[in-house]
Design a protein around this ligand. Structure first.
Ligand SMILES: [Zn+2]
Length: 107
């Protein structure tokens, strides 16, 4: 599985909160596979790939708002998280450091 490399400079330019020791990942709703950007270092879940000011803290005491894709009131990150090809095809493709598509040669 190819590692996902993030364009943190662009995320910062677009208003994402970065701390320098960011643990970024793309996570998906376990119900509908809708994708979110997550920074585990800051517990930030970004809801809208076009507006990074819309982010919420994922901490035990606070429920996340309903899934913006399927409306589920209680939802969890899917396991495993989306793979690179799914991220490339999804709304968060712009956060990838490389837009070069990879192909699975090991069929
Ligand atoms: Zn969902």
């Amino acid at each position: 599985m190819a590692a996902i490399v993030f364009n943190t400079a662009l995320i910062g330019q677009r208003g994402g909160n970065l701390c320098g020791e960011d643990e970024l990942s793309i996570e998906a709703c376990s119900s509908c596979q809708g994708q979110y950007l997550f920074n585990a270092a800051l517990k930030d879940v970004y809801y809208d790939s076009a507006d990074l000011s819309r982010h919420f803290f994922k901490i035990p005491a606070i429920d996340l708002p309903p899934c913006r894709y399927c409306g589920a009131l209680q939802w969890q990150f899917a396991t495993p998280a989306p793979e690179l090809a799914q991220v490339q095809a999804g709304p968060w493709a712009w956060v990838l450091a490389s837009r070069v598509f990879t192909f699975d040669a090991e069929a």
